[in-house]
Design a protein around this ligand. Structure first.
Ligand SMILES: Nc1ncnc2c1ncn2[C@@H]1O[C@H](COP(=O)(O)OP(=O)(O)OP(=O)(O)O)[C@@H](O)[C@H]1O
Length: 808
């Protein structure tokens, strides 16, 4: 079946989507654990010993809460919340400090949302907006820590949806990663959309007082002691309820007995010191402040008045300490992207990344900090993450992935504008602060904006520079390997979708090959290792490296000393459609019919094949008869050496991987396009007449038929030959990456041949004799392996054991 270029492109998106789901495993542990170890050490350094507090029967907040709850409505938590809370409460003891980071991040998000909604909902340029803020206060007597923000607040249904259930499907991953046999590394909690529940690391009761910024919103009180339910109460606007002005959320944590250290403002300060710097809203902590003030010195004045003098005198002053209580802002630095790169340390870049992208577990691979001037003005920092962000591990183009944070004149606008970078750069994280966009920029405005298209181009260039730099780092090659393992798929999508940048992306691609089976190679390395006069780059597509290695098509090329690139993912096949050439070298798919080598004449090859076909006409015609409907035609070839036969596609044929994918699509969409399915396997069977198996078959056919083939003859001997012929096709199909249509028939054919050959005393026709069955677990990837001289036919059963029939 000819797959047109247009059809290939149509396929591309869905194939990419399919690859995204489940294609990446959960990011590997090493980088995450090392990052978290470092972080744990840093935070534990700041841990102060718990101060002593007087015993408490029932705190003021508890008492008040109890009264309020009488009026409230009680709701059950969704089951998922229960599981998450269970793990938090029962299993995660270490590094409880993270609760503050999570809750402050939520508060900052709420402030961001408020500012964005205020801007986008009016014509305001944002300058008259009150700047939202976050305040944190510990109350020694009540044993509470309160985190209050003046953000968007929540309505009743938002409270139910956001704090009563878990929106994303993160629970399962959370449970796997953190609890029930997981690492228990609580530092990862923010990844799963369950950060709020980290409050229960330190509190046995959490109260959320909130007022939404929606007009006429009532103040609401949500409270739960981590049982299986929570209560929501509507509050009156009286003194008792300590009304929230405007909108916002006040989180009151009733601390556990063993978490009283968090009542110490110095403890809170030291925790905030680390990451609050990068939160752009003022964060203040309630604390005692000692100031030195000048006051009239009464004693001195008294002494003076004793002296007799009429002259007017300056009042005498003295400096005394004065202790006051109040909020003190913790984050006073200007945003990191506005600073000069020479003033920012590597640690600051890393800390900013971890804070802004909620990636405390990750160490970025690279960053770039730059500004655009002239036509448009903008400042930006971009990062390549060290690990695949969690949400992208579920879906490579996850819509909720927050990758580029767009600011306009320092005001955060959004982190979900898709057009800032092309989707193949979805994994890049960064900040862009533009001077030229309007503050109330919307998706529609942005899409049409010339400023955006300039920014977009620039971000692509800078991202490519970063990737190139990692690739060029010969001192630490593991970095690019890590990059490629995590993000290689995105570059392949880039090749497919970004024609303008394709030429820059292609040199960054990496493959396994027949020369470097365990290490990646690039097109440049391939070219550097070419044989003299080689003008083509050979590749084979297969479902995995092991299958590529065993592919008869690859063998044809490898055996002549050419390197073959292994393209082992469905995406590769679509991508390679866009790369017909690299530099001056044509790319050649070795599993396509009509393979030609640089060192031979096309006419000569044709002549050689014609001669072979004539010489082995009987077996060729027999195979064509028996395999009618399975193959387009049979062709004798001298290009194969180890394999008896191979299935190849015509120039526009669809590869086996693509066929499988199309079949799966057809089934998934409820399709029953039998004609389409039937036409898939119409490949060409290339047969190696020098192979003992083919010689056996030839002898059988010639022995049976003389020089002619009779279609109606169905006696026992012919059954054997037929089985043999079909088996030859099956083996070629398997080793060439196709599926066997009916594995039951396949097994039956093997057994029947084994039976017939085992019972014949000596083989006039040669063939499989003296069959012995043994277990062989060395054949991991192939269901069937055929080797020269000694013929092994192995059948894999469901338990992955391999039963081998051997013959000498
Ligand atoms: N201070 C707050 N103000 C307004 N809404 C909040 C506040 N804290 C939490 N929420 C709401 O509760 C939701 C759940 O919070 P949670 O921290 O569990 O997950 P998240 O913030 O969505 O994900 P993550 O923690 O990974 O960032 C938030 O998405 C938000 O809608």
């Amino acid at each position: 079946m000819k797959l047109t270029r247009a059809a290939t492109f149509l396929l591309a998106s869905s194939a990419i989507a399919a690859v995204g789901v489940g294609a990446f495993l959960f990011p590997s542990a090493p980088s995450s654990s090392s990052a978290s170890i470092r972080r744990t050490t840093r935070t534990s350094r700041t841990t102060a010993s718990a101060p002593s507090f007087r015993p408490l029967a029932m705190s003021a907040v508890e008492e008040a809460t109890e009264k309020k709850e009488e009026k409230g409505e009680t709701f059950e938590f969704q089951a998922d919340v229960g599981r998450v809370m269970d793990i938090i409460i029962n299993s995660l003891y270490s590094n409880r400090d993270v609760f503050l980071r999570e809750l402050v991040s939520n508060a900052a998000d709420a402030c961001d949302k408020k500012r964005f909604l205020s801007i986008s909902g009016s014509d305001s340029d944002g300058s008259d907006l009150a700047r939202p803020s976050i305040k944190i206060k510990a109350d020694m007597d009540a044993r509470t820590v309160t985190i209050e923000d003046s953000g968007v607040g929540m309505t009743k249904s938002e409270l139910q949806n956001n704090l009563g259930r878990i929106a994303q499907s993160g629970t399962k991953k959370f449970v796997e990663a953190l609890g029930e046999g997981g690492t228990g590394d609580v530092n990862l909690i923010g990844q799963f959309g369950v950060g709020f529940y980290s409050a229960y690391l330190v509190a046995d009761r959490v109260t959320v007082v909130t007022r939404s910024m929606q007009p006429n919103s009532k103040q609401l009180r949500w409270t739960s002691d981590a049982s299986d339910s929570y209560t929501i109460t509507e509050e009156d606007d009286d003194e008792d309820s300590d009304p929230i002005e405007g909108s916002g959320t006040r989180l009151i944590l009733q601390l556990k007995d063993d978490a009283l250290e968090y009542l110490e403002p110095s403890k809170l300060e030291s925790l905030l010191e680390h990451y609050s710097e990068f939160i752009e809203f003022p964060i203040s902590v309630w604390k005692e402040k000692t100031e030195y003030v000048k006051v009239p010195d009464e004693d001195a004045e008294k002494e003076d008045s004793d002296e007799d003098s009429d002259e007017p005198k300056e009042p005498k002053m003295k400096t005394v300490p004065k202790t006051t209580e109040g909020y003190e802002q913790m984050n006073t630095n200007k945003p990191i992207w506005l600073r000069s790169p020479s003033d920012v340390t590597p640690d600051e870049y890393r800390d900013f990344y971890q804070s802004a992208f909620r990636a405390s577990y990750d160490e970025p691979l690279a960053h770039t900090h730059f500004s655009l001037e002239g036509q448009i003005e903008c400042k930006s920092i971009l990062y390549i993450p060290g690990m695949l962000p969690f949400e992208l591990s579920r879906d490579m183009f996850d819509e909720d992935s927050r990758n580029i944070r767009l600011y306009v004149k320092r005001v955060f606008i959004n982190d979900k504008f898709e057009d800032i970078v092309p989707r193949w750069l979805k994994f890049i994280r960064g900040v862009v602060d533009s001077q030229d966009l309007p503050l109330n920029v919307s998706r529609e405005i942005l899409q049409k904006s010339k400023v955006l298209s300039i920014i977009n181009k620039r971000l692509v260039r800078k991202s490519l520079d970063m990737i190139r730099d990692i690739a060029a780092d010969t001192e630490d090659e593991s970095k690019y390997i890590m990059f490629w393992n995590n993000f290689g798929k995105y570059l392949k999508v880039g090749v497919i979708e970004d024609a303008k940048n394709k030429d820059d992306i292609v040199p960054l691609l990496r493959f396994f090959s027949s020369r470097s089976e365990d290490e990646y190679t690039s097109f440049d390395e391939y070219v550097a290792n070419m044989k003299e006069n080689q003008k083509q780059i050979y590749y084979v597509t297969a479902d995995g490296k092991a299958k590529a290695q065993k592919s008869p098509a690859a063998e044809k090329v490898r055996s002549r000393g050419y390197e073959v690139l292994y393209l082992t993912e469905p995406l590769d096949e679509i991508m390679i459609e866009s790369v017909t050439k690299y530099k001056d070298y044509k790319l050649v798919d070795v599993s396509k019919e009509g393979l030609n080598f640089d060192d031979e004449d096309k006419e000569e090859r044709k002549k050689k094949e014609e001669e072979l076909n004539n010489e082995h006409r009987v077996v060729k015609e027999y195979l064509e008869m028996v395999l009618a409907g399975k193959v387009q035609r049979v062709k004798m070839t001298d290009l194969l050496s180890e394999n008896p036969a191979a299935l190849v596609q015509s120039a526009y044929g669809m590869s086996p991987t693509m066929q499988r994918y199309m079949k799966a699509q057809n089934v998934a969409s409820g399709g029953s396009d039998a004609s389409m399915m039937g036409s898939f396997n119409q490949a060409v069977l290339e047969v190696n007449p020098k192979h003992p198996i083919v010689q056996d078959l030839e002898r059988m056919v010639v022995g049976l038929r003389g020089e002619g083939v009779d279609e109606d003859d169905t006696d026992g001997d012919d059954d054997d030959a037929k089985n043999f012929a079909i088996l030859l096709y099956d083996v070629a199909a398997l080793t060439s990456g196709y599926e066997i249509e009916d594995s039951g028939d396949f097994a039956g054919r093997i057994l029947s041949i084994m039976k017939s050959k085992a019972s014949s005393s000596s083989g006039a026709n040669g063939g499989i004799m003296d069959a012995e069955v043994e277990k062989d677990d060395g054949l991991m990837n192939d269901s069937v392996a055929v080797v020269e001289k000694e013929v092994d036919i192995a059948v894999v059963d469901d338990s992955d054991d391999v039963i081998t029939a051997k013959s000498a």
